[in-house]
Design a binder for this molecule. Structure first.
Ligand SMILES: *[C@@H]1O[C@H](CO)[C@@H](O)[C@H](O)[C@H]1NC(C)=O
Ligand SMILES: *[C@@H]1O[C@H](CO)[C@@H](O)[C@H](O)[C@H]1NC(C)=O
Ligand SMILES: *[C@@H]1O[C@H](CO)[C@@H](O)[C@H](O)[C@H]1NC(C)=O
Ligand SMILES: *[C@@H]1O[C@H](CO)[C@@H](O)[C@H](O)[C@H]1NC(C)=O
Ligand SMILES: *[C@@H]1O[C@H](CO)[C@@H](O)[C@H](O)[C@H]1NC(C)=O
Ligand SMILES: *[C@@H]1O[C@H](CO)[C@@H](O)[C@H](O)[C@H]1NC(C)=O
Length: 775
């Protein structure tokens, strides 16, 4: 039952943990297994941190934790234990995860449901833009609004806990779930996570920050170990979770993988030491589905809720590592203190009280197991007018990468070719599981596949939207869905005022293999012969405009410099209003203001790649040897020139920056001890010096003193400003001591290196400074 490297991690309890005396039996059995295995000198190691800190009534959690403690003081141990395990992934629970009602206490139970883009397996819900598009907006207001709108839909359906947002920083180019998260920079991930969670929880629904931690690829995710050094963990991967805790996130979901050889759901260093200890997380640590690999070790290692309760994906015989029986046995045989069970329950109930779910929370009114069962489905329409926000976010996230001689916006074209399967509706529309477990790449791509997707109420395809928008212009729109008849494509392209070529690249969770892609992509080129289609059209049309729907980075080298490719529009995964968002940008109704949330390389060797499926180790060791040099940091550190850097995006107008001033604020003593209090303000003016109104995203990067050994530039601020032609606005960005600190692995705390920090305001991560100053 114990796995080799997990056992190595556990043996250390014997030698160093002060809790040894309390659990002699279980520890000696761990030790017996582990002694045989410990010999590997190079074995990765995760230090033991026990016991799990109990949740405390502090800050915004004070009232909720006190209520939970008072309520639980009247419950039996068995009643408390009943909160901690899911209903074993089966009806009559209605949701993807369910905590059963506890009749003797009056507790109504909990419904947990995917997904990070809206309610999954439910009807009359909206399909929101994916996380990668949320990041591309660089717009905190929209991030918050989307969180709130999604939260309202979950609540309207009677979902207590929404299983998102995801926030893994896209370490590998092919990572199947990269699109669920908010791009490749931890600061951007953190801001998007903070706003999403704050918005979602403002609706009264509990959010879930996931996956904690190091789930950066889908290949072999169940068996592999992400080996991450302490500084890299803190500065890159932990930051979005820190921001989530600051947003009072109610739940954190652990990853499937190991970290340093210890499964995420039982990694005591991470769950007890870092999450509940260092970050002071007050809520519930939940496993990913069947992600708990043990009973006792997970319970002691800081897991509070085992979901959906089954021991693994092959066992549905009613057994569980947890359940009331096992948790009680762990207590009665002396392996676990009763206080651990009480703390699990306190955390779960505190989250429930924090969101006010004890008062008038709607009962679950849909059945994710069977949407056709009229007895359990009330078909509550929760869509409201969210389509407006979805359409706006779609265009706000659209990144204009190339625009030679103002090819865009389109100016009353007489004739247009719209070509590519990606411009068309899916032939599988209406298939209820199509988007979540996408049976094939078919029609326009508006979301990736897996549990991070939801079912679309409808999907506006680009062709229909373009025909509708151009009707009043009397444009003759010709279209073709055929990606592979290149001669026909060229013939259609000839003579048109513009040829719009729609291509895409898809990926998803390792629950389905699509066109041979097992979650992670096999390559980062266009799917469906997209590159050859672009070349065939560009050979015959001097105004070829490429529109890309992609889950993440995609190689553009085959055609990006082609003189006839005049414009490139990066549309990401926009959700249900996809076509309208796209037409808004193409025809100039909206000025594009998205910025790339990752770097597009010229040379694929500049990326970190996913572990090949051909790896045959029983536990593939995935060492994060690039350390802090993730995405643009790697390019900056090694003087590599990418095709398009992180933060890049064009506009139909132009902006200029001026008047940088930096001020150190005088702080009160309370503020001085708060690492996160604003300490410096960085002010400057942004002017729209073009002829149309538009939105800009000024970005603040820091260069640390060289003694800090940081990458040359790190993002520490951004904002989105909207400006009419000729107008200007002053921008003020704040920096805290934390923003200027590095994680000192010896002192085990954040330390501001001494020396001069360079403050750079720039249009992307690698662009020359538009303004610079120093601190
Ligand atoms: C993983 O191991 C590295 C040393 O190789 C150490 O710096 C880090 O703290 C460990 N992290 C965890 C979570 O065990
Ligand atoms: C105590 O009970 C738990 C749960 O059944 C079990 O995993 C553990 O091995 C038991 N320990 C001992 C020493 O019996
Ligand atoms: C539109 O273009 C197609 C081919 O490109 C042509 O056959 C058709 O006659 C045109 N229609 C109009 C109304 O001009
Ligand atoms: C990349 O993968 C896609 C999807 O499986 C496939 O259609 C395409 O042909 C592949 N491209 C290359 C260059 O291998
Ligand atoms: C660009 O398109 C024109 C047709 O308008 C064609 O004659 C020319 O060969 C194309 N250029 C390239 C480099 O393919
Ligand atoms: C920047 O602007 C803010 C808000 O307008 C102001 O409080 C601050 O003093 C300004 N800082 C500088 C350096 O001018």
């Amino acid at each position: 039952m114990l796995h080799l490297l997990g056992a190595v991690a556990l043996v250390a309890i014997v030698s160093t943990s002060p809790e040894v005396a309390a659990f002699p039996l279980s520890l000696s059995s761990f030790a017996a297994s582990a002694n045989r295995l410990v010999a590997r000198a190079d074995a990765v190691y995760s230090p033991p941190v026990y016991p799990t800190p109990e949740t405390r009534a502090t800050g915004d959690w004070t009232v909720a934790v006190n209520k939970a403690k008072a309520e639980l003081s009247t419950w039996t141990l068995a009643e408390r234990a009943a909160l901690a395990t899911g209903d074993l992934w089966q009806p009559p629970g209605l949701c993807v995860g369910n905590v059963k009602p506890i009749a003797s206490t009056g507790f109504p139970g909990l419904c947990l449901q995917d997904a990070p883009v809206g309610v999954r397996v439910a009807d009359l819900v909206s399909a929101f833009p994916s996380g990668v598009n949320v990041a591309a907006t660089f717009d905190r207001t929209l991030m918050f609004s989307r969180g709130l709108a999604m939260g309202n839909e979950f609540k309207g359906k009677g979902v207590n806990i929404a299983l998102g947002p995801g926030m893994n920083p896209a370490r590998t180019a092919e990572g199947g779930r990269n699109w669920e998260g908010f791009g490749a920079d931890p600061y951007l991930q953190g801001e998007a996570a903070y706003q999403t969670i704050t918005g979602m929880q403002a609706s009264g629904v509990q959010a879930t920050a996931k996956h904690f931690i190091g789930n950066e690829e889908e290949h072999l995710r169940i068996e592999s170990s992400s080996n991450i050094d302490d500084r890299t963990l803190h500065e890159i991967y932990l930051h979005p979770f820190l921001r989530s805790v600051q947003a009072n996130v109610a739940n954190v979901m652990t990853a499937y993988n190991q970290i340093n050889g210890s499964w995420a759901a039982q990694n005591s260093k991470l769950n007890n030491g870092i999450l509940k200890g260092e970050l002071g997380f007050s809520g519930t640590v939940m496993s990913d589905w069947a992600g708990a690999r043990s009973g006792l070790a997970s319970a002691l290692g800081g897991l509070d809720m085992n979901m959906p309760g089954v021991p693994n994906w092959l066992t549905f015989d009613g057994t569980s590592y947890w359940g009331v029986d096992n948790l009680l046995k762990m207590v009665s045989n002396g392996s676990m203190p009763e206080s651990r069970v009480t703390d699990m329950a306190t955390r779960i109930l505190s989250s429930w009280y924090l969101l006010g779910q004890d008062v008038d929370f709607p009962a679950t009114n849909f059945n994710g197991w069977d949407l056709t069962d009229e007895a359990t489905n009330q078909h509550v329409n929760v869509q409201d007018d969210h389509y407006k926000l979805i359409r706006q976010m779609g265009s706000s996230a659209t990144v204009l990468l190339k625009n030679t001689n103002n090819a865009l916006p389109l100016k009353n074209p007489k004739s247009l070719l719209v070509i590519g399967d990606d411009a068309f509706p899916s032939s599988k529309n209406g298939d209820p599981n199509f988007y979540t477990y996408r049976g094939g790449n078919d029609g326009t791509l508006a979301v990736g596949w897996g549990s991070g997707a939801n079912d679309f109420p409808y999907l506006v395809d680009p062709l229909s939207a373009i025909i509708a928008r151009s009707a009043s212009l009397k444009t003759n729109v010709t279209s073709s869905r055929n990606n592979f008849d290149l001669a026909a494509a060229g013939a259609l392209a000839g003579g048109k005022d513009a040829a719009l070529v729609f291509i895409n690249s898809n990926s998803g969770e390792a629950v389905s293999i699509v066109d041979g892609n097992d979650g992670d992509r096999n390559n980062i080129s266009a799917w469906g012969g997209g590159d050859q289609l672009v070349l065939a059209v560009a050979a015959k049309n001097k105004n070829t405009i490429v529109i890309v729907h992609s889950v993440g980075v995609m190689d553009t080298e085959l055609w990006i410099d082609h003189p006839n490719v005049t414009a490139v529009v990066w549309a990401g995964l926009p959700g249900q209003e996809s076509g309208n968002s796209c037409a808004d940008v193409l025809f100039g109704d909206v000025n594009p203001s998205g910025r790339l949330p990752y770097t597009i390389a010229k040379d694929q060797s500049h990326y970190v790649h996913a572990t090949p499926l051909s790896n045959t180790e029983s536990h593939p060791q995935v060492t994060y040897s690039e350390k802090l040099n993730v995405d643009y940091r790697h390019f900056a550190a090694n003087n590599l020139k990418p095709r398009f850097p992180f933060g890049f995006g064009l506009s139909y107008t132009k902006f200029s920056y001026s008047g940088l001033s930096i001020k150190t604020l005088s702080l009160t003593s309370a503020q001085t001890t708060d690492l996160h209090a604003p300490k410096y303000t960085v002010n400057f003016t942004v002017q729209n010096c073009g002829s149309v109104s538009g939105e800009d995203v000024p970005q603040l990067y820091l260069t640390f003193p060289s003694s800090a050994s940081e990458p040359p530039r790190v993002l520490r601020g951004f904002t989105k400003v909207s400006l009419a032609a000729g107008k200007s606005v002053s921008v003020s960005l704040a920096l805290s001591t934390y923003d200027l600190s590095i994680w000192d692995v010896v002192k085990q705390k954040w330390v501001k290196p001494s020396g001069t920090f360079k403050v750079v305001v720039a249009t992307d991560a690698l662009a020359a400074a538009s303004l610079s100053g120093s601190i």
